[in-house]
Design a protein around this ligand. Sequence first.
Ligand code: ADP
Ligand code: ADP
Length: 233
Amino acid sequence: QPIIELRNIRKVYRQGEFETVVLQGINITINPGEYVCIMGPSGCGKSTLLNVLGCLDQPSSGQYLLGGEDVAILNDDDLSKARCRNLGFIFQSYNLIQQLTVVENIEVPLYYKGVQEQESRAIAEKLAGQVGLAHRLHHKPNELSGGQQQRVAIARALANDPLMILADEATGNLDSKSGKEILDIFDDLNCAGKTMVFVTHDERMVQRCTRVIRLKDGLVEKDEPGAAAARLI
Ligand code: ADP
Ligand code: ADP
C-alpha cells in the first residue's frame, strides 16, 4: 500500500479579488522505501506541496490519502495520531528548543506521545548515538555546530519511528562537509527502509535519491528515477 497518494491536489490563495493558483493539480503516489527529491525554481510551489504532505496546510481541492486514510475526513485527534505514526519533520533552520539539551530535544515528540520518562530517555540516547552525538547528550543547541544541530533534528524526527521523513532544505544552511555528513545519514536511513520526501536545491541529493520530482508553475514537470533507484529493486 502506498504511504502517500495525492489526487489532483490544488492550492489557491485568495487575497481580496486576487487569486494565486500555487498547485494546479498534483498527482503523486509514494511507496514505502522511496527517497524522493522535490526540486524546481523558487516560487514553483515546493514548500506549499510539502506543507500539504505534512498536513500543516489543507489543499483547496483534491484528495490526500496518508497511509490509506483520507486526511480530509479525519478529526483532529485521528489526524494527529496519523501524523505521529507516519511523519517526522526536518527543517532548514533545525527548529530546536534552545533551553533544552540534545537528549531533551530528541525526547520532545516522545513526551507528547506520553512515553514514560525512563523509556523516553533510553530511546533518545540511542538515537543520539545513531546520528553520532553520543558525546554531546547534555549540550545545548548553541554549543553545537550547524551539522550537529541538524543531527539532533534528525534524531528528533526519528523519535516516534515514523514511516516517512519530510524535510525542507535540510542541507541548505550547512557547509559542504557537514552537508555531506547529513546526506550520508539520510542514505543510511533510506537503506534501512525509511521513506524520505525532501524539498531541496542540493544537486548532490539527486545522486543519492531514488526519485526526482521537478515542479514548474505548480505542476509536476518531470518525475524520474534518481541515481539510487536500483536500491528499490
Ligand atoms: P517554493 O517553495 O517552490 O519557493 P512556495 O510554495 O513557497 O514555492 O510558493 C509558491 C507561490 O505561492 C509563491 O508565488 C508564493 O508567493 C505563493 N504563496 C505562498 N504562500 C502564500 C500565502 N500564504 N498567500 C499567498 N501566496 C502565497
Ligand atoms: P562536527 O563536524 O562534529 O559536526 P564541527 O567540526 O563543525 O563539528 O565543530 C567542532 C566542535 O566545535 C564541535 O564539538 C562543536 O561543539 C564546536 N562548535 C562548532 N560550532 C560552534 C558554535 N557556533 N558555537 C559553539 N561551539 C561550536
